[in-house]
Design a protein around this ligand. Structure first.
Ligand SMILES: C[S@@+](CC[C@H](N)C(=O)[O-])C[C@H]1O[C@@H](n2cnc3c(N)ncnc32)[C@H](O)[C@@H]1O
Length: 247
């Protein structure tokens, strides 16, 4: 496990995803850790081509997800969705189609280059119900109880303080609200070490047991893994994790 401080981790993560917004597909000066990014991985991680057909190429190029949380979250018309670490905005734009003009989608991210790219594409798509907000998921700039569904795609593993992310997720959801995220989890040996591996979504991954335990400790019920897929890093999987805030 890396010995860097939380601030050092966050600044390395920000630097990495600034480069991903500019087209990079691996992490570190010597490309120490490959990442499964870009338009080529879209089908493999679970998006049907007809669902992403209307999404601008620039958004697909910045894709750095590891699954399709919306396939399980199934937002309804009029709901409010919060996407933690929204990146280029793909899941926000797809969620906007589901919640419709009466619904609301908030994309939260801490990296300016990603926020700028997402906002440019939001304007091109004319989606008034989508808003991108700058902030950190450990201290979300979001009102308590304001959100119906939290989604996230390959982001929570990057946090140096997962307990804070789970606590904040619980706070911003309304009673009965759903938490449905895609994330990398650790299921075997490998990828414990470098900062490059942390930024490539490997070294910070929790085991499935610790993920579910962390959600329960924050107050969530019905915490479960609903989908498991292989991930490019040895000893890791991409999982969809779901939990509910009690009514
Ligand atoms: C692996 S990318 C995933 C982006 C997007 N969800 C996707 O599927 O393409 C991680 C994103 O999370 C953001 N991020 C990482 N840590 C964060 C934090 N603590 N708070 C807010 N955003 C964060 C990064 O800036 C980056 O845009």
């Amino acid at each position: 496990m890396t010995t860097k401080s939380p601030d050092e981790i966050k600044s390395a993560v920000r630097a990495t995803y600034t480069q991903v917004a500019q087209g990079a597909s691996c992490c570190g000066p010597s490309c120490g850790a490959p990442m499964d990014t870009g338009a080529v991985s879209i089908g493999r991680i679970g998006y049907a081509p007809e669902r992403v057909g209307a999404i601008p190429a620039a958004v697909l190029e910045s894709n750095a997800g590891c699954g399709n949380p919306l396939a399980h979250a199934r937002p309804k018309a009029g709901e409010t969705v919060l996407d933690l670490g929204s990146g280029g905005g793909l899941d926000c734009f797809l969620a906007a189609q589901e919640v419709g003009p009466q619904g609301r989608v908030i994309g939260l991210d801490m990296t300016d280059a990603m926020l700028q790219k997402a906002e440019e594409n939001r304007r091109k798509l004319g989606l008034a119900q989508v808003e991108f907000r700058k902030g950190e998921m450990e201290a979300m700039p979001v009102e308590s109880g304001a959100v119906d569904i939290i989604i996230s795609n390959c982001v929570i593993n990057l946090s140096p303080d997962k307990a804070a992310v789970f606590r904040e997720s619980f706070r911003v959801l309304r009673p009965g609200g759903r938490f449905v995220v895609s994330d990398v989890v650790k299921t075997g040996e490998g990828g414990e070490g470098s900062m490059e591996e942390w930024c490539a979504c490997i070294a910070g991954a929790l085991t499935p047991e610790d993920y579910l335990g962390g959600l329960r400790a924050a107050g969530f019920e019905e915490a479960e893994i609903v989908e498991r897929k292989p991930y490019i890093a040895q000893g890791h999987e991409s999982n969809i994790i779901r939990a509910v805030k009690p009514r």
